[in-house]
Structures are given as structure tokens and as C-alpha cells.
Design a binder for this molecule. Structure first.
Ligand code: NAP
Length: 314
């Protein structure tokens, strides 16, 4: 079933998600992993992988010559970069150009997000995804797009400005009953490692969903598991959030309200849903549920599992 893809270049492997991707790609038999590491970055997160025969390549998305040398002998490129538009757009377009000239047979851009084709999915903040996706399709480079909704690690952390379990507060837009898609980083990474060598995935946009949750469902689950009651704060309706997203331009995004948080807020308010999950095409992978994720986070006994107050699985 697998393609002839053996040599996979991971760009962004020193990042939060990239580190998980490196582990997942290494766990896939037959893949030889190359990781692009920027000069000055130590890649401590990847130190444990050194003995697995990884090929480390010094380089940067800002430096076309380093990309060209990183692409030598590479069959597939997986990007997990994040940063300003110069990285997300211009940098990835340089990577795509180099991949095209080197005859790469699979390119996976750094998406791992909600459905950014939905114009209500995060306003201008998802423009970078759309620009790169358009360029990838136009380039003719064989590719796959991987969407997974929100990462559980982000959506259920204070970073998303919704759940603050430490302070005992949940703040949300809408009713709190809007369903949203969530996937653990490890599961998203394992799906990418399947997709990158799967010929059926060529030219496709693959959606994966670890679980479907609601704000009220997660809050009730947390309360059930821990016995701590959360204070609920409604910040406005979904329309209010939409107006706020439309007003703030990416260049005006402050450190306190990064673009990712705004996209996540939209997601948590039920925007950008993934309607056609491809989970069933990869039956070996059984993703963790929000319940299991919360249990492992607080090391709660799994015996506490009762009826799920979450929306049903896809
Ligand atoms: N769905 C969700 O809820 C969600 C949440 C978070 C992230 N994401 C997505 O997941 C992806 C990865 O995000 P992340 O949080 O893992 O990012 P991150 O931790 O900030 O890591 C970013 C990576 O990009 C690399 N990078 C930045 N500029 C570069 C350049 N000029 N040349 C080469 N590499 C460069 C960084 O290298 P250095 O180590 O050298 O800086 C690092 O490895 C992104 O597409 C992001 O949108 C999705």
C-alpha cells in the first residue's frame, strides 16, 4: 500500500507539534527521517531521537540555498513550522519551490487546523493557510493537506482563553453547546505519519477528528472527574465573536491575543467544523477521547469514566 517514499524531510521538528511528528515518523517502519534545524536552535526537544539515525540538516526557510541542500535525496516534505507570515507564507513558499525543483512526490504544509476554507473559521488569521494551500495546488507538487481541528493540548489550556482549570474559570462565546473538533497532538502526528506514505492520500485534503466536544461538555466532564466546580463566564454571542474577528487584522494582533487564540476561539464557538473525517481509512489508529486526555492530564483513575457529556464521536 505504501508509496516509494523513504526519505522524509521534517521542517519545524523543533516545535511543539514538530517534536511529536518526529517521533511518529520515526515509529513508521521504512521512513528515514531528515530534520531541518535552524542555526542557533539546539533542538533539545529532539535530543532523545539522536540514536534513531536521524539526518540533521542545518538550514532555514529564509535561506533558499540551505533548503536546496536539505531537499537533496528527499522524497517527501512535512512542514510543522509556525510564526509570522514571513515564515508561514513566504518561508513555506520557498520550501515548496525547492520541493518542486527537486521532484518531491509528497508535500504536506503546516495546517493541522480547523477547516480554513470556511470563511467564518478564523477570519484573516487563517489567510496564511489559504494562501499556502492555493500555492501548493497550483505548483503541481503531489501533496496532502491534513486537518485535525484544535489540538487538545491547546484548546483545553489557558492559551485558548476558554478553559482555565487552575483558576477554576471557563469563558466562552455562544451558548457553550456548540460542538468543536479536537485531536491530541500525538494522534494528529500519527495520522500525518500514515498519510505521508499513503498513495491514496495524494492530492487530497484529509480530515481527522480525535473527539467532538462542547465547552459545557468539557466543563461538566472536568467537574465530574475532579469534584471542582468551574465558574462560567459568557463573553458574548457567536455573532459578537464573528464581529470581533472581522475587526482585528493580523498585523494588529497583540501578544496578549495571538492569532492562534482567535482562530481557536472561533473553533471553540463551533466554526470551521470538519465534516468528512477520514478516521475510518486508518483503522489502526484509535485516537484518545477528551475524557481520556483529561484523565491522563490529572492522572485520574480511568474507573471514573461514566456517561460522556460530550457530543457524540464522528
Ligand atoms: N489546531 C490547533 O489547535 C493548533 C495549535 C497550535 C499549533 N497548530 C499548528 O501546528 C503547527 C505547528 O505549530 P507549533 O505550535 O508546533 O509551532 P512552534 O512550537 O512555534 O514551532 C514552530 C517551528 O517552526 C520553526 N521555524 C520557525 N521559523 C523558521 C524558519 N525561518 N526556518 C525554519 N524553521 C522555522 C521553529 O524552529 P525553531 O525551533 O528554530 O524556532 C519551530 O521548529 C502550525 O501549523 C500551527 O498553526 C495548531
Amino acid at each position: 500500500m505504501d508509496t516509494d517514499i523513504t526519505h522524509v524531510l521534517l521542517v519545524g521538528g523543533t516545535g511543539r507539534f514538530g517534536g511529536r511528528l518526529a517521533s511518529a515518523l520515526l515509529a513508521r517502519p521504512g521512513i528515514h527521517l531528515h530534520v531541518l534545524v535552524r542555526p542557533g536552535t539546539h533542538g533539545d526537544a529532539l535530543a532523545g531521537l539522536a540514536e534513531h539515525g536521524v539526518t540533521w540538516v542545518r538550514g532555514s526557510l529564509d535561506d533558499m540555498r540551505s533548503l536546496d541542500s536539505a531537499l537533496e535525496g528527499v522524497d517527501a516534505v512535512v512542514s510543522a513550522v509556525d510564526g509570522a507570515p514571513e515564515v508561514r507564507v513566504e518561508g513555506q513558499l520557498r520550501l515548496l519551490d525547492s520541493a518542486r525543483r527537486h521532484g518531491v512526490i509528497r508535500f504536506i504544509p503546516s495546517d493541522y487546523s480547523l477547516d480554513y476554507a470556511d470563511p467564518e473559521s478564523g477570519g484573516a488569521f487563517m489567510d496564511a493557510h489559504r494562501q499556502v494551500a492555493d500555492a501548493v495546488v497550483r505548483s503541481g507538487v503531489p501533496h496532502s493537506f491534513v486537518l485535525c481541528g484544535a489540538f487538545m493540548e491547546t484548546a483545553l489550556s489557558p492559551r485558548a482563553q476558554v478553559f482555565d482549570f487552575e483558576r477554576g474559570v471557563v469563558s466562552y462565546w455562544g451558548t457553550g453547546d456548540e460542538p468543536f473538533d479536537v485531536t491530541s497532538m500525538a494522534d494528529a502526528a500519527r495520522w500525518v505519519a500514515e498519510v505521508v506514505v499513503d498513495p491514496r492520500a495524494t492530492g487530497r485534503r484529509l480530515e481527522f477528528v480525535g473527539d467532538v466536544a462542547t465547552v459545557n461538555g468539557v466543563a461538566a466532564l472536568y467537574e465530574e472527574l475532579t469534584g471542582h466546580v468551574l465558574r462560567r463566564v459568557c463573553k458574548g454571542g457567536v455573532e459578537d465573536l464573528r464581529r470581533q474577528l472581522a475587526r482585528v487584522r493580523p498585523e494588529g494582533v497583540t501578544v496578549q491575543q495571538p492569532s492562534a487564540s482567535l482562530a481557536l476561539l472561533a473553533q471553540l464557538a463551533g466554526k470551521g467544523r470538519l465534516r468528512e473525517p477520514a478516521n475510518a481509512e486508518y483503522p489502526r489508529l484509535r485516537p484518545v477521547s477528551v475524557r481520556a486526555f483529561l484523565q491522563s492530564r490529572w492522572m485520574l483513575p480511568s474507573a471514573a469514566s461514566a456517561a460522556l457529556p460530550l457530543a457524540s464521536q464522528p
